[in-house]
Ligand binder design. Structure first.
Ligand code: ADP
Ligand code: MG
Length: 318
C-alpha cells in the first residue's frame, strides 16, 4: 500500500508526549510553538546529508538517523548548549515502509537518550536528502564561541582522534582486522552532549571535529587571532589508528580525518584543575593536546621537532 505524506508523518514522526516544558505545540500544526526560557538563549543549528555526497547509497537507515541527529547535537554541545528540540526535513525517493520504520525507531531511541523533542519537519519526494535542525538552550551570554581562545590556553580534546577517518577507510576497502569499533565511530558517532555542559563554565572557545582537527582547530585560531602548538605524543590515538599508521606511515590521517565529532576546546591554565576534576567523573576521556600561542600559525611538535602544519580536511566546493 502506498502511504500518503500525512500517514507517514503520523505513523513515523509524531511523538505522543514531549520532554521539555518549552515545547507548547509539536508536530501536527502549521508550526511548532516554543515557550521562552528564562535567563537562557536559544542556540540553533541545521545540517543536511545528501546521498552520494555525505553517505554512500544503500547506507542503513539506522546509521543515517543516528549520524543526522548526532552531528547536530554535536554542534549544540560545542556551543555548551543543552539540546531541547529538533525538526526533521526528509526528501525520500520512495515511501519505503521498512526503511521509514528503521529510521524512525533509531531516531526516537536517540531522542529519548539525549532528551530532545521532535517538534516538526517536512516530508517530500525526490533524491534522498536528510536535514535536521536542532535547538538548544544556553545560559544568557554564555555560549561557547570560536573567537575566544586566548594566548596561553590549554587545548583539550575529548575521546580519540582519527577513528572515524579510519572507519571511512575500512568502508572504502582498507583491510583492518578489528574494524568494529572504528566502523561504529564512523557510522554512529556519540555526540558529547554531557561534556558540552560541563566545560561551559571553564572553557574559552570550543568547536566540534567534523572536518578534521587541523581544519576545525584552524577555525578557532583564525577567529581568535592566535596560533597554537600541538604535541603529537599527546594525541589520543586508538590501537587501531596506531596500527594503521604503523602499517601505512599515513600519520597525518588522524589530523585531517573528519567525522570524529569530538569536542576540541581551550581552557585558561587557572581553570585547568577545576575542569579536570569535573571531567574525571565522565566516562569519556579528555586529553590535553596542545597550547594556544601568539601569532597565527599552527605547529605540531613530533619527536621533539616543531613544524608548521596545514589542514587538508574535507571541504565542499574545495
Ligand atoms: P505544511 O503544509 O503546513 O507545511 P506539512 O504537511 O508539511 O505542513 O506538515 C504537517 C505537520 O507535520 C507539521 O506540523 C510539520 O511540522 C510536521 N512534519 C512534516 N514532516 C515531518 C517530519 N518528517 N518529521 C516531523 N514532523 C514533520
Ligand atoms: Mg511542509
Amino acid at each position: 500500500m502506498e502511504l500518503s505524506e500525512f500517514s507517514i508523518i503520523e505513523r513515523f514522526f509524531t511523538s505522543k508526549s514531549h520532554k521539555h516544558s518549552q515545547v507548547q505545540l509539536g508536530v501536527g500544526d502549521d508550526c511548532a510553538v516554543l515557550g521562552m526560557a528564562e535567563d537562557c538563549e536559544w542556540v540553533v543549528t541545521v545540517d543536511t546529508m545528501v546521498e552520494g555526497v555525505h553517505f554512500f547509497p544503500n547506507t542503513q537507515p539506522e546509521f543515517l538517523a543516528h549520524k543526522l541527529l548526532a552531528v547536530n547535537l554535536s554542534d549544540l554541545s560545542s556551543m555548551g548548549a543543552r539540546p531541547v528540540a529538533i525538526t526533521l526535513a526528509l526528501t525520500l525517493p520512495a515511501f519505503d515502509e521498512d526503511w521509514l520504520q528503521r529510521f524512525s525507531d533509531r531516531l526516537f531511541q536517540l531522542t529519548d537518550r539525549f532528551e530532545v523533542d521532535l517538534i516538526g519537519g517536512d516530508t517530500t519526494s525526490g533524491p534522498l536528502t536528510l536535514t535536521l535542525q536542532a535547538l538548544g538552550l544556553v545560559p544568557k551570554g554564555r555560549a561557547l564561541c570560536r573567537h575566544q581562545a586566548k594566548v596561553g590556553d590549554l587545548i583539550y580534546l575529548t575521546g580519540f582522534l582519527g577513528d572515524a577517518g579510519l572507519g571511512l577507510k575500512v568502508v572504502q576497502g582498507y583491510d583492518l582486522e578489528d574494524s568494529q569499533s572504528v566502523l561504529k565511530r564512523f557510522h554512529c558517532p556519540d555526540p558529547r552532549v554531557a561534556i558540552g555542559s560541563i566545560i561551559l563554565p571553564y572553557a574559552n572557545a570550543c568547536i566540534d571535529i567534523s572536518d578534521g582537527l587541523l581544519s576545525d582547530l584552524g577555525h578557532v585560531l583564525k577567529k581568535s587571532r592566535v596560533g597554537a602548538n600541538l604535541y603529537w605524543e599527546q594525541l589520543p590515538l586508538s590501537s587501531q589508528v596506531r596500527s594503521y599508521i604503523y602499517e601505512t606511515n599515513d600519520w597525518k590521517m588522524p589530523l585531517n580525518g573528519g567525522d570524529d565529532y569530538e569536542l576540541c576546546f581551550t581552557v585558561s591554565p587557572e581553570n585547568q584543575q577545576r575542569l579536570e576534576s569535573c571531567l574525571s567523573e565522565q566516562p569519556v576521556m579528555c586529553s590535553q593536546i596542545g597550547v594556544v600561542e601568539a601569532g597565527d600559525a599552527l605547529f605540531l611538535t613530533k619527536s621533539g621537532v616543531r613544524e608548521s602544519v596545514v589542514a587538508t580536511g574535507f571541504q565542499h566546493f574545495g
